[in-house]
Design a protein around this ligand. Structure first.
Ligand SMILES: CC(C)(COP(=O)(O)OP(=O)(O)OC[C@H]1O[C@@H](n2cnc3c(N)ncnc32)[C@H](O)[C@@H]1OP(=O)(O)O)[C@@H](O)C(=O)NCCC(=O)NCCS
Length: 199
């Protein structure tokens, strides 16, 4: 997996690298996630998570990576089920969190590059998520890594009683990046034949 981007100050004077998370990382991942929950910048979640709950993310199907910087886990990126329908088995949700004290030093990028590589290797064809419209660091990180901003879900949920809008993001992986025709602009015949249930 990838080292941090040259030109940026590293987390604490050393190289940062991503690796697959193990059960032994669960409590550190929970601590980093809980900082993100407490900061109210990134997620609708307000309930802090335990190491046991984080351990359940390691399902052997959806990659989770951690970033080590100066001998300590300083960030993670995690994927999870997008929808239970079989047709969407290759689509994963993701999230990325950097420990509060070391944000803005390139570790989010290392984490996401690690997750993208791991998800591609595991056969996933798309990563999706939603980002608070105000979350400039996250939007910049993701668009810089090739994520496309699809649009805005308005008033998607309330955080501490206040409605929040979120930007939907996606990035194609592996086979989905092949240069082949898409159904972006369906023909009249295709439109007429479109199924009555949601795709
Ligand atoms: C969002 C987050 C994961 C980004 O990781 P990071 O290590 O802080 O960001 P990086 O240093 O890798 O920088 C990524 C990009 O964001 C930019 N950026 C970083 N901090 C920024 C800030 N405060 N404002 C604007 N842009 C910022 C960087 O310049 C970089 O863009 P560039 O490559 O074009 O220069 C991290 O800040 C974080 O954990 N935030 C709290 C949790 C969160 O918001 N998670 C995302 C949920 S969707």
């Amino acid at each position: 997996m990838q080292d941090s981007t040259p030109g940026r100050p590293p987390a604490a004077g050393g190289a940062a690298f991503a690796r697959p998370a193990t059960a032994a990382d669960a409590s550190r991942i929970a601590a980093i996630y809980n900082e993100g929950i407490e900061d109210r910048l990134a997620t609708f979640e307000t309930r802090l998570r335990s190491a046991a709950e984080v351990g359940a993310w390691l399902d052997g199907i959806h990659p989770v990576v951690v970033v080590e910087a100066d001998g300590e886990v300083a960030a993670f990126a995690a994927s999870s089920t997008y929808r239970p329908r079989e047709c969407y088995a290759g689509v994963a949700e993701f999230s990325v969190y950097v420990a509060r004290g070391v944000r803005g030093r390139g570790l989010g990028q290392v984490a996401m590059e690690g997750l993208i590589g791991a998800a591609e290797a595991a056969g996933f064809w798309k990563l999706v998520s939603r980002v608070f419209v105000e979350n400039a660091p996250s939007r910049r990180l993701l668009t810089g890594l090739g994520f496309r901003e699809i649009g805005v879900y308005r008033r998607h949920a309330r955080l501490d009683g206040r409605w929040r809008d979120v930007v939907i993001v996606e990035r194609l992986l592996g086979p989905a990046t092949d240069d082949q025709p898409t159904d972006d602009q369906p023909t009249d015949d295709e439109a007429a034949a479109s199924p009555s249930v949601a795709p």
